[in-house]
Design a protein around this ligand. Structure first.
Ligand SMILES: NC(=O)CC[C@H](N)C(=O)O
Length: 217
């Protein structure tokens, strides 16, 4: 029996969705479907209340500019450095990359994952496509990968686990889902498919991090 009177973050994690631009509503719905209390985050005080954060799909250059304008970029970097779990889909993957290729000049990222991500990597004729993606850590068969002007991961550092790859014509096979500690990123958009398994994986990561924090407190 729990001795806590308040619901703990480990049982009911509050997961924010960075709500500056992009498919925020879809992530809020997917997180709720995966058992989290989901909240939009536009201000540093809203970020402070979140046990974990989703950075949505959208347009990374716009999102980065808005993050600076809303005074969120440094608070985001600080929370991530301090171990807050985060999940980025598509533009969100770009935002969580330590380095990007084919970004706009001076395009900022939040960073956190030791990887180089190439924006719009799948090229013109393939700007949008679907693929069945086998993803490590996701049981029950492949997830439907929706790739919309999607990035791929060009290279990863030693601490980054590649969870899924996709073959793209002659350029070969590229990572499209990665994890480094409490940080998760996909090139594709599970929030648009109604399949909540990737969000369930992220909610489990947030719960585990909250349990660790409670045990260490
Ligand atoms: N669907 C997406 O999130 C596309 C990402 C977009 N190409 C960018 O650079 O931000």
């Amino acid at each position: 029996m729990s001795t806590h009177s308040k619901p703990s973050a480990a049982d009911h994690p509050v997961i924010g969705v960075l709500a500056l631009q992009g498919d925020v509503r879809e992530h809020l719905a997917a997180l709720a479907g995966a058992g989290a209390l989901a909240r939009p985050v536009r201000r540093p005080d809203e970020l402070a209340e979140a046990d974990g954060l989703v950075v949505p799909g959208g347009e990374s250059t716009t999102m980065a500019k808005l993050a600076v304008a809303f005074g969120l970029l440094e608070p985001l970097r600080e929370r991530i450095r301090a171990g807050m779990p985060a999940y980025g889909s598509c533009a969100g993957m770009i935002m969580l990359a330590d380095k990007i290729l084919d970004g706009r000049d001076d395009q900022e990222t939040i960073g956190g994952i030791d990887m180089i991500v190439r924006r719009n990597a799948f090229g013109r004729q393939n700007e949008s496509f679907e693929a069945a993606v086998e993803m490590a850590g996701i049981d029950g068969g492949p997830v439907e990968g929706l790739f919309i002007r999607a990035p791929w991961v060009e290279s990863v550092g030693a601490g980054v686990e590649v969870l899924a790859t996709v073959r793209s014509g002659e350029s070969g096979t590229h990572p499209v889902a990665v994890r480094q500690g409490n940080l998760l990123a996909t090139s594709f958009h599970p929030e648009l498919t109604g399949d909540h398994r990737v969000h369930e994986l992220f909610v489990a990561m947030v719960r585990a991090a909250a349990r660790c924090a409670a045990a260490g407190a």
